[in-house]
Design a binder for this molecule. Structure first.
Ligand code: 13P
Length: 287
């Protein structure tokens, strides 16, 4: 069932668990995540970056594929199709293409421009029942081979953006995308707590879910995080399983190069990673 992320996140917040956002790249990724959500009776959010959208030939293709797959696979758990780190133009395109949720990432803009653009996107998205995630404080990651430490958002700026009627807020609390550097300082729970104090019931989003120790994930959920994004970990498990399959010469043993066989171990690996995260985030049987 394709739905906006609003209700599932309200429920998660009230029930003290988090809904996983897993990014998709192709048909196999999408199918693996949808089936795992259904098997575990868990709500789920499919994340689509602008790059992945382009790779899949455009947001309209993604939207049509996800809607058809939900129907053909009889997926009855709540599924949100969400733009990840959208630009202003990308957000508008996804609203038109039939996404059920979008993230407008204005964190690289000044706070006033972030406020103005977020407000505009909220009005547009809400007129169509689409949920909106906004961001304050850039979430770091690897750039040109250098891994930056994650920023911490200003709680007052978070309140300014939260008051615009958004449905979920991503705020930097020292988290970064991709692998964490060995000298990573960890999540700033002080910042998270201050942000939640200022923003009341707003479901908070934790980006960079790959590689955060389990105890920190649990503490973040206890302090108000209701959505956790995972991307790199699925990529790593997919790549590892595919590499092992090829190294074992498996695709050469009389089976030819059937792509369905070649991609099968990676598909199973994504399913296992997603299941593990759903259990950790507490969303199993919460559909
Ligand atoms: P990771 O790639 O670190 O899991 O982060 C995913 C993410 O936050 C997508 O927005």
């Amino acid at each position: 069932m394709l739905v906006s992320a609003t209700e599932m996140l309200k429920k998660a917040k009230a029930g003290h668990y988090a809904v996983g956002q897993f990014n998709i790249n192709n048909l196999e990724w999408t199918k693996a995540i949808l089936l795992t959500a259904q098997e575990n009776n868990s709500p789920v959010i499919l994340g689509v970056s602008e790059g992945a959208g382009k790779y899949m030939t455009g947001f309209k293709t993604v939207s049509a594929m996800v809607k058809a797959m939900i129907e053909e696979l009889n997926i009855t758990v709540p599924v949100a199709l969400h733009l990840d780190h959208g630009t202003y133009e990308g957000s508008k395109k996804c609203i038109e293409a039939g996404f059920s949720s979008i993230m407008f990432d204005g964190s690289s803009l000044g706070i006033e421009e972030n406020v103005e653009k977020t407000k505009e996107i909220v009005a547009l998205a809400h007129s169509k029942g689409i949920s909106v995630e906004a961001e304050v404080g850039a979430i770091g990651g690897e750039e040109d081979g250098v891994v930056g430490q994650g920023e911490c958002a200003d709680p007052d700026e978070c309140k300014k953006i939260a008051d615009l009627g958004i449905d979920m807020l991503a705020a930097g609390i020292g988290n970064i995308h991709g692998k964490y550097p060995a000298n990573w300082a960890g999540l700033s729970f002080e910042t998270l707590d201050a942000i939640q104090q200022k923003t009341g019931e707003m479901p908070l989003v934790l980006h960079g879910g790959t590689g955060i120790p389990e105890d920190m994930i649990k503490k973040a959920i206890s302090l108000g995080v209701a959505k956790i994004n995972v991307n790199t970990e699925c990529q790593l498990s997919f790549a590892d399983a595919t590499r092992k399959y090829i190294e074992a010469g498996s695709d050469l043993q009389g089976k030819g190069f059937d792509p369905r066989k070649l991609l099968a171990p990676g598909f199973e690996a994504i399913k296992a990673t997603v299941k593990e995260k759903m259990e950790l985030f507490g969303s199993v049987n919460k559909a």
